[in-house]
Every structure is written in structure tokens, then in C-alpha cells.
Design a protein. Sequence first.
Length: 141
Amino acid sequence: MEYRAFGNKYIARINKGEEIVQKIKELVEKENIKLGSITGIGAVGTATIGLFDTNTKEYHSTKLEGDFEITSLIGNISTKNGETYLHMHIALGDEEYHVYGGHLNEAVVSATCELVIEKIDGVVEREFDENSGLNLYKFVD
């Protein structure tokens, strides 16, 4: 991965064979980004995506293998118990132009992945919410 900072924005390229979530986490932690947003495009050969079942409050995941274009990667950066917390979704198009989407668990780049990460000054923590079964934003005065 290579990246450059331009003010509060980071332009990054994740290279073939690198895992997207891991590389984003490395960048965010190295640059001490506690709050921000992520957008990206590119191509992957394998990806594991998830869907949250609101009735059972469980994630179900599926591993996809093949040639996929990242038609959209979007997410946010926050913290949970002071640690980096990435929440990202991805839409992937296959060779027949079918699109698969969900929560991004992991994905390995097959060609390149181009990202824009915007740092927001501040910190927003997450806290587990029993009612939803999710780690939600917790706003503290």
C-alpha cells in the first residue's frame, strides 16, 4: 500500500495481493485517525461479505471468489473502547454484471484498490446496544 496526505484527506492505493481491511486499519492507526470516512473503487479476487439479520441479531457471511469490480466501497472510522473500529460496506460486480453487496469482512485485491480517506477532527466511540444487537455510535457531551 502507498498513500499520501493532502490536508485532512488521504489518497491510498492498495496493491494486488493485499487485504483491504487490514491495510486500511494499518493506515488509520499509523496516522492516528480516530474519526473519518472511507470511499473506494478497484478490483478483488476474493471477498467475504456479511449481512446482519435483525431478527436473530447475528451476522451471516458469504465468501465470493472470482473476478469482481468494486463498484462502491464506503465506510466510516470510529473507536470502540479506544481501539480502531472500521465499519465498511462494499458492492461487487461480477463478469455477468451481477452485483453482490454487504458488510465488508475482508477482500484481497486482484489488480488495485483506490481509496480516499477523510479524517474528521474528533472522536466518536461505539457501544454495544442490546436492543439492536449492534455497536452503535455513542455521543458523549
